[in-house]
Design a protein around this ligand. Sequence first.
Ligand SMILES: Nc1ncnc2c1ncn2[C@@H]1O[C@H](COP(=O)(O)OP(=O)(O)OP(=O)(O)O)[C@@H](O)[C@H]1O
Length: 204
Amino acid sequence: MGSTEPLRLAGVGIGALSEIDLEIAPGEIGCLSGASGSGKSRLLRAVADLEPHDGEVWLGEQAQSQMPGHVWRRQVMLLPAESHWWEDRVGEHFAKRPAESELAVLGFTPDTLEWQVSRLSTGEKQRLGLLRAVSLEPRVLLLDEPTANLDDATSARVEAWLVDRIRSRGWPTLWVAHDRAQIARVASHHWRIAGARLEELEPA
Ligand SMILES: Nc1ncnc2c1ncn2[C@@H]1O[C@H](COP(=O)(O)OP(=O)(O)OP(=O)(O)O)[C@@H](O)[C@H]1O
């Protein structure tokens, strides 16, 4: 299912941040940067309705405050920096078996679905967490440093796969990133946290 609606934050405030206004069009990526502890992850959690906040978040004409949190989060999918796993085997976390081609792009084989979660490395968890989030076909993606634990070659492959998926599905995406080169490659907008507000920078 594609998405044709923008994500819009209107007067959002959480922690030290206040009056955050931004809009991300369908298929566009807005990168969010800022110092450690400046509130990037908390802002994503507010957009996902995981923390109480001021202001409103809109997906098209739908207001976050008018919808139960779990219904909102099915559409507005947060991939936290550390993904959560609750079953023993990797494959048990996928409602629909991922295609072999998808697994291959991310460096896995179908055999991976039989692996125990306890053996996964940090980077493997991150790549499989991404695949799981994307497989759920949300309408918005919120990504917290999605390539942070990956080597350069894997990071480039995962980034290209993600960007392609985001554009083809039309998901408005808010992507926390530190790497300026990555921001230049993927972002339509770049916002940096400066004190209590966001400042918009040139993405490239
Ligand atoms: N539930 C909470 N209640 C109060 N303060 C919190 C809560 N969660 C996080 N904080 C604080 O809010 C600030 C912002 O945290 P956040 O995790 O959003 O930072 P960040 O910008 O994502 O940092 P990093 O780049 O290090 O991940 C931090 O000082 C953190 O300790």
